[in-house]
Design a protein around this ligand. Structure first.
Ligand code: ATP
Ligand code: MG
Length: 263
């Protein structure tokens, strides 16, 4: 039987909504009541979602802006905690690849690579042995020695992807790296992800690039209105998603992941 390495069991994640409190005087004079009111109002970023990702699987997540994709990755990475339900993850996970998340803005690109490697559980020596390869892949040139607060968003994405792709995580989480990298770097990321297809690595890819999800992933999940709409073959999921969005996309020419097997 296939072994799930990521399991979501009726998971919900909500945030407090601070909208109905007006005026500092009002807040101070009615503090307990206001606090109760604020706590009772909440915004559901994810509602009752359940799914499994199996060892070695390449799992895509698609959906509209604000649907809950990055929140799902945050829960897998352990940087967010569910309010309800259970998240179980088995394996060494990559740092969450959102723009610059997990990076220290005052440290240089080079120092951030080392920091992230150590945070991932590698020894300093192990990280240093991969440092040149990571820097080469990032093509950041001399910027690698500058603090990352001066990086553009594309440069941050380059650094982030280069780090996670080379530090041998068992579970690789990728959030929308393809959107911000330039065309050459996008191709490089795609090539690297295609190479991961052959490996035993488990990958969760959040992307608005439907064609990438179809060609890289074995299965895909569509999140709509903060809950799971469909899970299945990436091609099917993408077709339904495009139809619902009223967007006509010719999916016919996209090379599909032929290794798909239904679960
Ligand atoms: N810290 C927070 N406080 C309050 N609401 C939040 C917080 N983080 C996310 N949300 C809300 O949760 C919802 C899901 O956000 P999320 O970032 O997961 O969306 P997404 O699917 O990744 O969108 P995108 O495609 O734009 O990246 C959004 O409505 C967002 O406004
Ligand atoms: Mg997001």
């Amino acid at each position: 039987m296939r072994e799930p390495v990521i399991s979501f069991d009726n998971v919900s994640k909500h945030y407090p909504l601070y909208t109905n409190v007006r005026g500092i005087k009002n807040v101070l004079f009615n503090f307990p009541r206001n606090l109760r009111a604020m706590r009772s109002q909440r915004f559901e970023a994810l509602r009752d979602i359940s799914f499994d990702v199996y060892r070695g699987e390449k799992f895509g997540i698609i959906g509209r802006n604000g649907a809950g994709k990055s929140t799902t990755l945050g829960l897998i990475a352990g940087v967010l905690r569910p309010n309800e339900g259970r998240v179980v993850v088995r394996g060494r996970i990559s740092p969450l690849l959102a723009l610059g998340a997990g990076f220290n803005p005052e440290l240089s690109g080079r120092e951030n690579i080392v920091l992230n490697g150590i945070l991932m559980g590698l020894t300093r020596r192990e990280v240093l042995s991969k440092l040149d390869e990571i820097i080469d892949f990032s093509e950041l040139g001399d910027f690698i020695n500058h603090p990352i607060r001066i990086y553009s968003s594309g440069m941050l994405a380059r650094l982030g992807f280069s780090v996670v792709a080379h530090l041998d995580p068992e579970i690789l989480l990728i959030d929308e790296v393809l959107g911000v990298g330039d065309i050459k770097f996008q191709q490089k990321c795609l090539d690297k992800m295609m190479a991961f297809k052959e490996s035993g690595i488990t990958m969760v890819l959040v992307s608005h690039s439907i064609s990438s999800v179809i060609s890289i992933c074995d299965r895909a999940m569509w999140i709509e209105d903060h809950t799971v709409k469909m899970v299945g073959h990436p091609y099917e999921i993408a077709a339904q998603y495009c139809k619902a969005a009223g967007v006509e996309v010719d999916l016919g020419d996209i090379p599909q992941n032929v290794e798909f097997s239904s679960s």
